[in-house]
Design a protein around this ligand. Structure first.
Ligand SMILES: [Zn+2]
Length: 286
């Protein structure tokens, strides 16, 4: 069911990103992953699908779903290496159909991962799915359900692992600046779902709980984004863009603190691990 490239849990702080597609980890979460990996946090990316539907190239050259999945898996592996991510887990769900996955089965798979790898902090998409993408919305719901279930001693995963309480759960928050930067580079982000056009959902500034400075890591993010050649506009020359453009796109990441056992209030956070004890089991700082 899963393919893993890295080590198991360590006594370091641990971060897990639970995402839908290859490229989410770079385009959406590249800054946060590169920053914490560089700071020695054990980072895991869980990608639910192989992105078998995504193709930005010439339609005449589009590979079949199996071949495209293989290509995108290779791109994902290269991108996570560029970000310094320690552990990559790829699940077998179908791109474009995550909302139709059996929620009990999918929750159970994620609970097993949470209980095995025991992250202090989990990041995922918010209920808006960044731009209403059904797979992003589905993984947000599944990750949230799994974080709740993983801590419930009455919930039995197939491997009967010990419960694990994640200390903090975060949702990605798109700010107006970031949304404008994405569209300048990749064109208008819009998808039609059930006859309705969905576009990027801008979070009001007051709702953003956590601002991360990832400006020291933008070059790693650019290298990771460049790995996803099958998803990038052919005319895009990432390497030729001015550093200021890159810094604006990848130098700041914003999140909404959806759940925390260790911190609260309206004061803006600048660290996902604020309040989390180092080397603990998701517990509060003592
Ligand atoms: Zn995605």
């Amino acid at each position: 069911m899963t393919a893993s490239t890295g080590q198991g849990p360590t006594e370091r702080r641990r971060l897990m990103a639970i995402l839908a597609h290859p490229d989410d980890e770079s385009l959406g979460f590249g800054g946060v992953l590169a920053k914490y990996a560089a700071e020695g946090v054990a980072t895991t990316v869980v990608t639910a699908t192989r992105g078998q539907q995504g193709w930005a190239g010439d339609p005449r050259g589009r590979p079949d779903a199996l071949a495209l999945g293989r290509l995108r898996e290779a791109e994902l592996r290269a991108a996570t290496q560029a970000l310094g991510v320690h552990d990559l887990v790829i699940l077998d769900y179908q791109d474009g159909a995550l909302a139709h996955a059996d929620p009990e089965e999918a929750t159970s798979v994620l609970v097993t991962l949470l209980r095995r790898l025991r992250p202090d902090v989990v990041v995922t998409f918010g209920p808006d799915g960044a731009y209403g993408h059904p797979d992003h919305i589905a993984i947000s719901q599944l990750a949230t359900a799994a974080v709740c279930a993983a801590s419930d001693s009455a919930y039995r995963d197939p491997q009967r692992l010990a419960p694990h309480s994640v200390a903090k759960l975060y949702y990605l928050a798109i700010t107006a600046t970031l949304a404008a930067g994405y569209e300048a580079l990749f064109g208008e982000l819009a998808i039609v779902i059930d006859g309705t056009v969905r576009r990027q959902v801008i979070w009001p500034d007051w709702a953003v709980t956590t601002h991360l400075d990832t400006s020291a890591h933008w070059a790693a993010v650019v290298r990771a984004v460049a790995c996803h050649a099958s998803q990038l506009p052919r005319e895009l020359r990432l390497a030729e863009l001015p550093p200021e453009t890159h810094r604006q796109l990848w130098g700041r990441q914003c999140f909404y603190r959806a759940m925390s056992r260790v911190s609260g209030g309206r004061q803006r956070e600048t660290d996902l691990f604020a309040g989390v004890a180092a080397g603990g089991d998701g517990g509060a700082e003592r």
